[in-house]
Design a protein around this ligand. Structure first.
Ligand code: ES4
Ligand code: ZN
Length: 326
């Protein structure tokens, strides 16, 4: 009970959040009707019942299907604003949002439609709720590198609004090496590089993300712990890991929250952060993730404070802004 009050009161940053994964069944239903898109569910309850996954791919199939109701700029605005209003209640004051432009351009929705809606909501969220933001554009790793290059090209007029590039979707079989050239170009354009690595994929993929993509943050990173030298390197380089406990549980990356890598990461001196990933699909926003991990690992006050502080230390914000949060 004491823990809950502490978690709720803490100012927090969320660094690993797919905006398309914040599409709640209620809004999915509303947008399906508004846009007259057919979905294979006849109630909000039926949608929720379908959210039972045994691995990452199971989830991704439903996630891409859910996106199909997002067609117009206003839809992306409503999606993003709903997320900001929800996390405002959780005490989140800074968000770094992933978006998957290829999940939309592949369906014929223009890149500009997507980013206009998202950024308009981010601006309104900053003004109305005081939540600061960064936007990170992800490449879908199940698609080829050429498609990623096209996406990077489409992002060019928006570089004042996009701070980083990420790599997501089906990990196994799509190693970071596949995207070495496009990440080099993105870095040369001034974009901060991060990648999902070691969620389902082996430690070797985390090595590749560091060596070939030169990422400065690792999304998930669970399986990096299987390699002691790699773990030491992540600690030495002071890299941030964006861990998602409820996501790991829902996608069967772990069997129980108690098996979350967060305890080992903290003990190894790694900068672990707590995030929700795809909260509409995984059953919880940031505070739910903090609560689950704090209870399961019996975290004390200092450990909870460290996890929250790590979010600001790993954030893509200027030193003076960071200092104000710490
Ligand atoms: C994702 Cl949890 C996760 N892993 C990889 N790609 C993703 N896209 C959205 N959520
Ligand atoms: Zn993710």
């Amino acid at each position: 009970a004491d823990r809950r009050a502490l978690i709720e009161a803490l100012p927090k940053a969320e660094l690993h959040l797919h905006i398309e994964g914040s599409l709640e069944p209620e809004l999915l239903f509303e947008l399906a009707q508004r846009n007259q898109v057919e979905i294979p569910f006849d109630s909000v309850e039926a949608v929720r019942a379908a959210y039972d996954f045994s691995n990452l791919q199971d989830f991704l199939d439903i996630y891409y299907q859910g996106m199909s109701v997002l067609l117009h700029e206003q839809d992306f605005y409503d999606l993003t604003m709903a997320y900001l209003k929800r996390v405002h209640q959780d005490g989140v004051v800074h968000v770094e949002i992933f978006f998957d432009p290829q999940g939309h351009t592949e369906r014929g929705v223009a890149f500009d439609t997507v980013i206009k809606g998202i950024t308009r909501a981010l601006d309104d969220g900053e003004e109305q709720l005081g939540i600061t933001h960064r936007l990170i554009m992800c490449f879908l790793r199940h698609l080829d590198e050429e498609a990623a290059f096209e996406t990077l090209e489409q992002a060019k007029p928006w570089l004042n609004r996009i701070h980083g590039v990420g790599l997501d979707s089906s990990e196994v079989g799509h190693p970071p090496s596949k995207f070495e050239k496009v990440f080099a170009k993105a870095r040369a354009m001034g974009l901060f590089p991060t990648a999902h690595a070691g969620e389902e994929g082996p430690p070797e993929y985390v090595h590749e993300a560091l060596d070939l993509l030169q990422v400065r943050r690792i999304d998930h990173g669970n399986r990096a712990l299987e390699d002691a030298a790699l773990t030491q390197r992540i600690a030495d380089e002071g890299l941030t890991l964006t861990v998602c406990p409820l996501s790991n549980l829902k996608l069967c990356v772990i069997d129980r929250i108690e098996d979350s890598p967060v305890r080992k990461m903290l003990d190894a001196g790694l900068r672990a952060t707590i995030n929700s990933d795809d909260p509409a699909y995984f059953g919880g926003y940031v505070n739910d993730n903090f609560q689950a991990i704090a209870d399961a690992l019996d975290l004390d006050r200092e450990e909870i404070l460290t996890l929250a502080r790590n979010g600001f230390e790993g954030a893509l914000i200027d030193a003076d802004v960071r200092q104000r949060h710490l």
